[in-house]
Design a protein. Structure first.
Length: 179
């Protein structure tokens, strides 16, 4: 957290290295969030790019009440939702590329690839409101209070969307794994 505040301070005072460090640190997580919301990897890259461009052009607009990670996650989520509203993007999650660590046995890599496909496919079947809360909590690490504040909903609503989302994911996983 202190490192992030220093990076933001450096960014405000024109240090380009700060933007590169922020990008390297958070880009993978932000791509995952955007891809989960949009269900489109190309669109996710565009969204993350747009957020970083806005950040570079107006670093003075960064208001950190907590972690930079949370701030960026909310920015990407909002930008992705705007993109969905404007274009009604719908790409199959089967078209997404997944990366598993190298150096593993081919059978293990194939199994992990299959499980990643199943996870993304199942996540894509959640209603957008549930998917958004699940992604923000599990991937971005936001607390329910932060999610509720950023989405303009009550904490109870955020928690129930998360709970219903997880229940549906369990049902989808169990159905797929029994096959």
């Amino acid at each position: 957290m202190i490192e992030d505040k220093i990076l933001v301070w450096q960014l405000r005072y024109g240090k380009r290295e700060a933007m590169a460090k922020i990008y390297c640190k958070y880009e993978p997580m932000l791509l995952t969030i955007a891809a989960a919301i949009l269900r489109d990897t190309v669109g996710a890259e565009d969204v993350v790019h747009d957020v970083f461009m806005a950040l570079a052009q107006s670093p003075e607009k960064i208001r950190l009440d907590g972690h930079l990670r949370n701030f960026l996650a909310v920015c990407v989520t909002n930008r992705a939702k705007d993109r969905l509203r404007s274009k009604r993007v719908s790409v199959s999650l089967n078209e997404m590329e997944f990366h598993v660590p190298k150096g593993q046995q081919p059978e293990m890599m194939a199994t992990q690839q299959e499980h990643l496909q199943l996870a993304w496919s199942s996540l894509g079947q959640l209603p957008p409101e549930q998917r958004e809360v699940v992604v923000l909590h599990l991937i971005a690490g936001l607390k329910f209070r932060q999610i509720a504040t950023n989405l303009g909903i009550s904490i109870n609503t955020a928690q129930s969307r998360y709970r219903y989302g997880l229940e549906k994911l369990r049902t989808l996983f169990n159905g797929e794994l029994e096959r």
